[in-house]
Design a protein around this ligand. Structure first.
Ligand code: BGC
Length: 608
């Protein structure tokens, strides 16, 4: 599938489902910080002697949690912070190193947390700052770090910054958001042929439907919103905004978080000229004309300076805090650019290209891996298959018959390629998507607006499947979304007991990945580059080498290898793990893989 200009959430939505501190801000941040003594993250020197300079995130696996759906400690049908804390032992046992928690800040919940009305607190429905501090502390005991979601592009229209901004044209915060007069000159005609006196400044459309400009009658101007009207865009050309957001980052870093996932980072800036976007033929799911959003959705150079400044904020903290970017890129060069020329911008720009392939093609995967693995700035690949905006990859890659086997195959690719993988809660179980069947059941507003073509994102946000009891053990109350249909067969309790389950496979992978030197530190070496059916590669470091072979087809496939070209002389490969019942050792030059099977074997010097 070709990437559209609006990759990441953007194409994912449309394709698959769819200066000086402002003293008031500074005071607000200080006041909140004072609710608890600052708990600076201490440096944890749990490093390998050979790689003592590697930051923790270089060998970490990040696990995304959608807090509303993960674990419900107070049994009100909605997940919460205490729920996450209660499940830390599960996450430790699974083997993940950091949790990225999607927004859990106070919010009117129009976009389920991505519309933030206070950046420096916890939403009451999810708990308190004290609950959050407890989560950080308990996670730390288990060597798990917490990454927060930083939504820099927009706030909620209920944030006091916006409420002040919209109160008058002369308010000191007016310029914190993007306000414009109606279009002047010849006005466009409305549907009844009359001129529209309040015509928006240009033809830009919001990603979530209709004009990106919202008329505000109080001050007779429009404000700009790339997403919902309830999510006004912050004006990043105003230095005070940057300062305020950096203060927000400090607030959470002071509380011990290990970094931030940067939301919708490509939309921070718009072209100052506000040029109309070119209109394309046809209409989208919201009934709007299709458009090439080339002037409001592009990687303007200003983003780079903003990222470097944010990195500097992080660099003042111990333990290498990390930036994990929602970096949507049309071209590989754009993704690589996100690291910064000196690798001084986003350490982990998420690579969504696995999420777009959607077919088991050895050559496509091989090409995508090579393109990013060989990036000239030495940036760390950050692969993603699923998240809270897209149909779960269990469904996208599954063929309806071999989904469990395919889920193991994709897990092996995610967790054995070189990089920092990002998992999505429940993928370790083979949780499936459950799209709403009726418009009246839809919770995600884009699903309501775009029904039935656009069903929204509810389907990938269903409750975590803890057991086979009612509501999958997520809550005794009716959950905010119904659980996915496969919870009776795909849940933690059941899969934990089954050595052949997807969960057991993930656990084994995560453990092998940690223990095996080649898988942990080794470079990636593609093998059999002309093989269209089997994706094979080595991870190699000095005398240590691991072989990974993935049969991407529904037929048995013979794999013939000449490892001598890579300096490997062993004749026998010692099987580390496999998704089928493989013998303990196999020939390192020839073996057959059953359909959709994966083999991971030691072919290092010590293997024979
Ligand atoms: C998030 C979405 C959200 C949007 C607006 C995206 O990047 O992943 O869930 O709706 O930003 O904040």
């Amino acid at each position: 599938m070709k990437l559209s200009a609006k990759a990441g959430i953007l194409s994912l939505l449309s394709v698959f489902i769819y200066g000086t501190a402002d003293s008031a801000v500074a005071k607000d941040v200080e006041k909140k910080a004072a609710t608890k003594p600052v708990a600076k993250q201490s440096v944890e020197k749990k490093t390998n002697a050979k790689n003592s300079t590697d930051p923790w995130w270089k060998h970490a696996v990040i696990y995304e949690i959608y807090p509303r759906s993960f674990a419900d400690a107070d049994n009100n049908g909605m997940g919460d912070i205490k729920g996450i804390t209660q499940k830390l032992d599960y996450l430790k046992d699974l083997g993940v190193d950091a949790l990225w928690i999607t927004p859990c800040f106070p919010s009117p919940q129009v976009d389920f947390g991505y519309d933030i009305s206070d950046y420096c607190d916890i939403a009451p429905e999810y708990g308190t700052l004290a609950d959050f501090d407890e989560l950080v502390a308990e996670a730390k005991k288990r060597n798990i770090r917490i990454i927060m979601d930083l939504v820099m592009n927009h706030s909620s229209d209920k944030h006091k910054w916006f409420e002040e901004s919209r109160s008058s044209r002369t308010n000191p915060k007016r310029n914190w958001f993007v306000w414009r007069d109606p279009k002047s000159g010849p006005l466009p005609k409305n549907s009844s042929g009359a001129e529209d006196p309040k015509s928006p400044p240009n033809n830009w459309q919001a990603l979530f439907g209709h004009s990106a400009w919202q008329w505000d009658p109080k001050t007779n101007q429009y404000y700009y919103h790339f997403f919902y009207p309830e999510q006004p865009d912050l004006n990043w050309r105003n230095g005070q905004v940057k300062k305020a957001m950096n203060d927000v980052a400090r607030f959470w870093l002071d509380r011990g978080v290990a970094g931030f996932r940067l939301d919708a980072i490509n939309t921070l800036y718009e072209v100052p000229s506000l040029k109309d976007n070119p209109v394309k033929p046809g209409k989208n799911a919201y009934g709007d004309p299709n458009m090439d959003d080339k002037y409001n959705y592009l990687l303007l150079p200003e983003i780079k300076g903003t990222m470097r400044d944010l990195r500097k904020v992080l660099n003042n903290y111990q333990d290498n805090p990390v930036l994990l970017g929602e970096t949507t890129a049309e071209r590989i060069e754009q993704l690589i650019a996100a690291y910064g020329k000196n690798n001084d911008e986003i350490q982990l720009p998420m690579d969504f290209r696995f999420a777009y392939i959607n077919k088991l093609s050895a050559s496509e995967f091989r090409n995508k891996i090579a393109e990013i693995d060989e990036n000239e700035v030495g940036g760390q690949p950050t692969y993603v298959f699923s998240n809270h905006d897209i149909v779960r990859h269990y469904n996208r890659y599954g063929d309806g018959k071999n989904n469990d086997q395919i889920a193991k195959l994709t897990a092996a690719i995610l967790l054995t390629t070189r990089g920092t993988p990002v998992m999505y809660y429940g993928e370790e179980l083979g949780m499936e998507n459950r799209d709403p069947e009726r418009k009246e059941d839809v919770k995600d507003p884009i699903g309501i607006l775009g029904w039935p073509e656009q069903k929204g994102r509810d389907g990938c946000r269903t409750p975590m499947q803890w057991n086979a009891a009612k509501n999958a053990g997520f809550s005794t109350a009716n959950p905010w979304l119904p659980v996915a249909h496969n919870y009776k067969t795909h849940n933690v309790e059941l899969e934990d007991k089954d050595p052949a389950s997807i969960l057991s496979f993930y656990k084994q992978l995560l453990s092998v990945r940690k223990k095996n030197t080649a898988l942990k530190y080794g470079k990636y070496v593609a093998l059999n580059e002309d093989d269209e059916h089997v994706l094979s590669y080595l991870r190699k470091r000095g005398g240590a080498a691991a072989l990974v072979a993935c049969n991407m087809t529904d037929q048995p496939r013979k794999v013939t290898l000449d490892l001598s070209k890579s300096g490997i002389t062993v004749s026998e490969a010692k099987v580390l793990m496999a998704s089928y019942s493989a013998p303990d050792s196999i020939s390192a030059s020839s073996f057959t893989l059953p359909p959709y099977a994966v083999l991971i074997a030691d072919v290092g010097k010590s293997a024979n």
